[in-house]
Design a protein around this ligand. Structure first.
Ligand code: SAH
Length: 343
């Protein structure tokens, strides 16, 4: 049984030809899936019964099993899904002023080993396929249909390092961006990486218009080495050069994500070093309150410290925002729900 969400339009067309079906049938099915949001082949009324049965035998549509669903006071909804092979993943729907944003998981577990993050509590078991990422969006979309709402934004910021699963993640972006399908605008799609430099540059070469966010979280190598092992492979200077090349190729502004951890990276000296690092880059900084993870010892910086940090950046003419928390009451941080469920 194959997951039909794993097929982009070209691949679906090829699959139909090899099933001895006409090309236009693939287009019809694609339309049923992504424009009419069919969950079952027997809803596809312009296909004859034989073809419906044939498709039923070859493909599954929505294969995600909901193990748990938590809804926060602010409407943030966190899903714990079971994949076909039994692995568990998390997906989050965030209701923003500008639309409905879905945070997608890209790997089962993660090998990047950031010391503050709940995702890495489970080492990478495997990459997700493009179809397993598409299915996360579709499942949330099915729920939103009841409110006549659409998924308008996608962030690849769930568990996993997207650039450690580069091929499937880029295929996923292309699939949900497909104008004849979901047609989620590239500018509404954001990929977040801990800083795999070779892939940052490759991503720039692809010519997608999707956004790029970099998890920086430190103003210098000394602190970043402690927080993020990837910094030993790609130190901040190397990262900066890759970002520069990315920006020159794409003309796009990047986002630096910076979690403020009490007494670790939240001093005004840190703010000044960060400002120095960002200067000359087409970038802005997103300051993020830390979501405590039981297994790690870190605490979030206080509201006052975050504001002081922000003001120092502003004084140094660095564009920055403070991220509003979503779903703090429902194990909002990636990997938290999964970790709790398994305990
Ligand atoms: N591997 C990718 C994407 C997944 S993590 C990356 O590193 O960017 C998505 C974002 O959430 C990253 O910026 C990550 O550092 C941040 N994050 C992880 N744990 C967090 C926590 N407990 N509180 C707040 N942000 C967290």
């Amino acid at each position: 049984m194959k997951a039909i969400y794993d097929y982009n339009l070209t691949e679906l067309t090829e699959a139909f030809l090899s099933l001895n079906e006409k090309k236009f049938r693939a287009m019809q099915v694609f339309d049923w899936l992504y424009v009419k949001f069919a969950k079952d082949f027997n809803e596809m009324t312009n296909l004859n019964k034989d073809l419906q049965a044939k498709l039923q035998e070859s493909f599954v549509i929505d294969f995600l099993k909901v193990k748990k669903k938590q809804v926060s006071k602010d409407g943030t909804t966190k899903y714990l899904f079971e994949l076909m092979d039994g692995h568990l993943i998390e997906t989050v729907l965030m209701r923003m002023e500008y639309g409905n944003s879905v945070c997608v998981t890209s790997q089962v577990g993660c090998n990047m080993g950031c010391s503050f993050c709940a995702s890495g509590l489970l080492k990478k078991q495997r990459n997700l396929t493009s179809g397993e990422m598409v299915a996360q969006i579709m499942h949330v979309q099915f729920d939103l249909l009841e409110e006549r709402e659409r998924v308008s934004h996608v962030v690849v910021m769930g568990t996993g390092e997207p650039f450690d699963n580069y091929e499937e993640v880029t295929k996923f972006i292309q699939t949900i961006n497909e104008p004849k399908g979901l047609a989620i605008g590239a500018r509404h799609i954001t990929v977040s990486t801990c800083g795999l430099c070779d892939k940052i540059e490759a991503y720039g070469d692809l010519g997608l218009q999707a956004n790029l966010a970099i998890s920086l979280h430190a103003p210098n190598d000394e602190i970043r080495n402690q927080l993020m092992p990837i910094n030993k492979k790609y130190p901040m200077d190397t990262l900066r050069q890759s970002i520069k090349r990315y920006s020159e190729k794409t003309n796009r502004r990047i986002t630096f994500e910076y979690i403020l951890l009490k007494d670790v990276n939240d001093s005004l000296v840190c703010a000044r070093q960060l400002a120095h690092y960002v200067k000359g880059l087409n970038a802005y900084v997103n300051l993020i309150p830390y979501n405590s993870v039981d297994e790690h010892g870190y605490q979030s910086a206080s509201k006052e410290t975050i504001e002081a940090f922000y003001n120092e950046l502003a004084r140094l003419k660095v564009r920055a925002t403070i991220r509003r928390e979503h779903g703090a009451d429902i194990d909002g941080a990636c990997g938290q729900l999964r970790a709790k469920f398994q305990r």
